[in-house]
Design a protein around this ligand. Structure first.
Ligand code: GLY
Length: 366
């Protein structure tokens, strides 16, 4: 097995991020020491535990107690009510300040578990064992944790870096192809932001990667993780450069919310968001060859058709998005393949005009 061990230095310490085909199943000495003789709480979903509990077997044997805390799949897990239930269950099971939390799941499980760990007794150590591609390349890295309020997603949370991340690409074998495709869009996003070489790898190997071979995926997951680590190290709390990671997300989040999280997966909405960013960027001098390369690669993902949408509700959703700061609208725009900038001078009027043209061109305006 080729294993990639990456380091992320952050304000509260250092996190090792290990990526590999079989990184978890073949045993991990550091992780085994970390759980040894401890009370360990594993936050995961019933479906995942049924599919993959075998991968946790060696680890579970090292712990003094091994408690499974089941949470629902998807965004339903990310609520204050669920967090409160888990804190109660942990107290009843005798959790102490040196107990451990293991997040075993996709981005929603990781976000919730990091939040639960960060608040319980003012902070327990936790690890992220991401089981989706989206979580392996993005959500599990960088310490963002949160739960949702009914008014807005991710509105209550904290930066809380895991002690360790282990991304085993073998776990991706059971992902539905559409989920894998959605996760690969975040890899494409990282490539457009800062890694022209990774972009070329995607151009060359996209079909093989979409087929989900764990060995082919491992170096690509590691490259995307490394690109994210570089940005997070320079700007851990998203004051400036980390906002680049929102490429395609400003419109993407509005599309997801406008379609009530039903018609498009996260990565698909981000794909449409990246295409819109390319359109905006072209007006500001993005070279036509770069624009065409990005468009062609996004098109090879064969995004599902977007249902009809109205412009005004989308504009309202974009204004509510937390990336629209007091200082005005911020858009992440490519300046080349592998380089992006944050634009602060696009007005609401300009975005309304461009979005209308974009949806008309897609034939999805209502
Ligand atoms: N998912 C974007 C970030 O971690 O900043």
């Amino acid at each position: 097995m080729t294993r990639f061990d990456l380091q992320l230095r952050h304000p509260t310490g250092e996190t090792t991020i290990s990526v590999g085909d079989g990184a978890l199943g073949e045993g991990d000495a550091a992780l085994e020491t970390w759980v040894r003789q401890r009370r360990v709480f594993v936050i995961s979903s019933a479906a995942l535990l049924e599919l993959h509990s075998q991968s946790l077997l060696t680890l579970s044997r090292q712990a003094a107690y091994w408690h499974l805390l089941e949470v629902p799949d998807g965004e339903d897990a990310k609520s204050i009510a669920i967090a409160e239930r888990l804190w109660g269950e942990m107290l009843e099971a005798g959790a102490k300040r040196d107990s451990r939390i293991v997040a075993f799941g996709g981005g929603t499980v990781g976000d919730l578990a990091g939040f639960v760990a960060g608040c319980f007794m003012r902070g327990l150590e936790y690890v992220q064992l991401p089981t989706t591609l989206l979580a392996q390349v993005d959500a599990a890295i960088g310490g963002k944790t949160a739960v949702n309020l009914t008014q807005a997603k991710n509105s209550v949370g904290l930066f809380n870096h895991p002690w360790r991340v282990v991304a085993d690409t073998r776990l991706l074998k059971t992902l539905p192809p559409a989920e894998l495709r959605s996760g690969l869009m975040e890899v494409l996003k990282m490539a457009v932001i800062s890694d022209a070489e990774l972009f070329s790898v995607l151009e060359r190997d996209l079909e093989g990667l979409l087929a989900g071979d764990p060995g082919t995926l491992a170096p690509v997951v590691a490259a995307a993780a490394r690109a994210k680590i570089d940005i997070v190290e320079r700007d851990p709390t998203e004051r400036d450069e980390r906002m680049l990671l929102n490429l395609g997300h400003t419109l993407g989040h509005a599309l997801e919310a406008g379609l009530e999280y039903r018609s498009l997966r996260h990565g698909e909405a981000v794909g449409y968001g990246i295409l819109f960013a390319v359109q905006l960027a072209e007006r500001r001098g993005l070279p036509v060859e770069a624009a065409e390369r990005i468009r062609r690669l996004v098109e090879r993902f064969e995004l599902p058709r977007m249902p009809a949408l109205e412009v005004e509700p989308l504009i309202r959703l974009i204004s509510r998005d937390k990336k629209v700061s007091e200082g005005g609208w911020r858009w992440v725009l490519p300046v080349d393949v592998g380089a992006c900038e944050i634009s602060t001078d696009l007005t609401e009027t300009a975005i309304r005009r461009e979005l209308t043209a974009y949806l008309e061109q897609l034939g999805t305006i209502s």
